[in-house]
Ligand binder design. Structure first.
Ligand code: NAD
Length: 523
């Protein structure tokens, strides 16, 4: 369609159906299986990408390892300047890349652009880091001795990413990896290869203009076989994996098998607690954005809504009308993700729709009650006349039985489960009673409640918000979750400390060799 062609051409990708090379190791190539990438809103094929063979993955890893030596030979602040130039190049294409994300992933225009903005923001952080990555100098108990803690680059960082953040997750990892002196090799989701190719083309230009090998940002598209090859490679000391708990568990074990390092960013099962004293208007906005925004396809999307008994009816009376009029422009505005007025787009894939449908069928068969007027698959909105398919569903609110197994699992779709509680202690217990530990929010006006929520008896998640929804983190703090979410941290804060190898270096500048702990040895 012209809609797709305009977006593809704006980022320099072909729109005429020709096969696009999906491997970059300094030169573009790929002779593996051809994957078709489709627009989730319309169902049309928007690109054909030739993925990597296993041999091509091995070559790309070797090239990236070679490039790592050039990266670490460049002084940190010079690398920072390269990151700054990448930031400028991304900012120049922020709208176009954002639209490509909307076209290929299906999220709405402002969120597509927001994702590129996140890459820009993390570049700023990377520029700062490039001048401030710091070890420590520590006192030694031995005379004329000193101890240093020294960070050095690791080598190649492998980045395996999920479909739902096809650009930002790479950005978080790439900027920090480069700032700390590493090269990267990226395997994006098999359903968002165009976003990866467009981003890599931008990064490549800047790297090469600064005398760095393009393979410092290698790209291998493909699915499970390509991912497994990266996971197994002893040449990749750190694998940063973002995806489901199921695949993350396998990746974690396989990397451990060769004693590599991992950063695991896996599924969430995020709850919002609205307490009796909450500002309900604020809570309503927070819940709506996090529950139906991105059509429920953020790792931080709100899945569980816990309402204090005293406000539960009023809150639902205000929340449900938004769901029940979702296709009307003045409310949740479902439609073409590329239309700036749209607030909710499609699910990403047919698999997502099937998971959504199966979940609703299972929960209702076990006595769960659907609270929204509509649920299930829906036709593509009328505003998309070119749609021949697409993955459209009604955002849905459900009241499952309190002991239903659905409470324990992440379903990557706009399904919100509701339950009521009487005391904050009870609500926190429910919040923590799931395997995952990514994001959580408490809406309250009480300082005491907030203290408890943030303390040792509070939320056990990696993200613990107050009067802010569960989704929409900034890059300043380290991002990630606990328990089956994988304990990984990315982005800001101290996350960079995982992208280096640390040495403890004791230096003797005297002429005697005393031993620590008063140990004596020898004559
Ligand atoms: P997924 O687990 O299906 O796929 C993730 C990646 O793993 C893809 O690139 C895939 O090709 C690759 N892969 C599949 N099998 C593999 C194997 N055996 N070895 C190596 N790689 C393999 O996830 P998805 O459906 O693309 O993404 C949705 C999931 O990602 C959700 O669970 C969501 O919560 C999670 N997610 C988490 C975060 C976070 O920061 N915690 C962020 C975004 C998404």
């Amino acid at each position: 369609s012209t809609r797709a062609a305009q977006v593809l051409e704006s980022v320099g990708l072909p729109s005429s159906g020709e096969t696009i090379p999906g491997v970059f190791d300094g030169t573009w190539g790929g002779s593996g299986e051809i994957i078709e990438t489709t627009c989730p809103a319309t169902g049309e094929v928007i690109g054909r990408v030739q993925t990597a063979t296993v041999d091509e993955v091995r070559i790309a890893i070797a090239k990236s390892a070679e490039a790592a030596r050039a990266v670490r030979a460049m002084p940190g602040p010079k690398r920072g300047d390269v990151i700054r130039q990448i930031r400028v190049a991304l900012a120049d294409k922020v709208g176009e890349l954002g639209d490509l994300i909307s076209l290929e992933m299906g999220k709405i225009k402002s969120e597509g652009k927001g994702e590129v903005q996140e890459f820009i923001d993390i570049c700023d952080h990377g520029v700062g880091l490039s001048r401030s990555v710091a070890g420590r100098v520590l006192p030694s108990e031995r005379p004329d001795h000193v101890i240093y803690e020294v960070p050095n680059p690791l080598g190649v960082v492998g980045i395996l990413s999920a479909f739902n953040f096809p650009v930002a997750v790479y950005g978080w990892n790439f900027a920090i990896a480069l700032a700390t002196g590493n090269s990267t090799i990226w395997k994006p989701s098999p359903t968002t290869p165009l976003c990866a190719i467009a981003v890599t083309q931008i990064v490549q230009k800047v790297l090469e203009a600064n005398g760095l090998p393009g393979a410092a940002a290698a790209l291998v598209t493909g699915d499970v076989e390509v991912g497994k090859e990266l996971v197994a490679s002893p040449e990749i000391p750190l694998v940063s994996f973002t995806g489901s708990e199921r695949v993350g568990k396998e990746v974690g074990k396989n990397v451990m098998d060769r004693f590599g390092k991992t950063i695991l960013e896996l599924g969430g099962n995020n709850a919002v607690i609205v307490d009796a004293d909450a500002d309900l208007s604020l809570a309503l906005q927070g819940v709506l954005f996090a529950a139906v925004g991105t059509a429920g396809q953020r790792c931080t999307s709100t899945r569980r809504l816990l309402l204090h008994k005293s406000i539960a009816k009023e809150f639902l009376d205000r929340l449900l009308p938004f769901y029940d009029s979702a296709t009307k422009a003045q409310t949740l505005a479902m439609g073409d993700p590329l239309n700036p007025a749209t607030l909710i787009g499609p699910l990403h894939s047919e698999t997502s729709v099937r998971n959504y449908e199966k979940t609703l069928a299972d929960v209702t068969s076990r006595g769960g009650e659907i609270l929204t007027k509509r649920s299930g698959r829906m036709a593509a909105p009328e505003t998309l006349p070119e749609a021949t398919g697409g993955h459209w569903v009604w955002p849905t609110v459900v009241r499952p039985k309190l002991d239903d197994p659905c409470w324990q699992e992440e379903v990557f779709a706009p399904i919100l489960y509701v339950a009521e509680f009487e005391t904050l202690d009870e609500a926190i217990k429910i919040n923590n009673a799931v395997p995952q530990g990514l994001s959580s929010s408490l809406f309250t006006r009480s300082l005491q409640n907030m203290g408890k929520w943030l303390g040792p008896e509070g939320s056990d998640c990696g993200i613990v918000n107050v009067n802010v929804g569960t989704s929409g983190a900034e890059i300043g703090a380290a991002f990630g979750g606990n328990k089956s979410t994988g304990w990984g941290r990315e982005s800001g804060g101290d996350a960079w400390k995982q992208y280096v190898r640390w040495s403890a270096a004791t230096v003797n500048y005297g002429n005697k060799l005393p031993l620590a702990q008063g140990v004596s040895f020898g004559p």
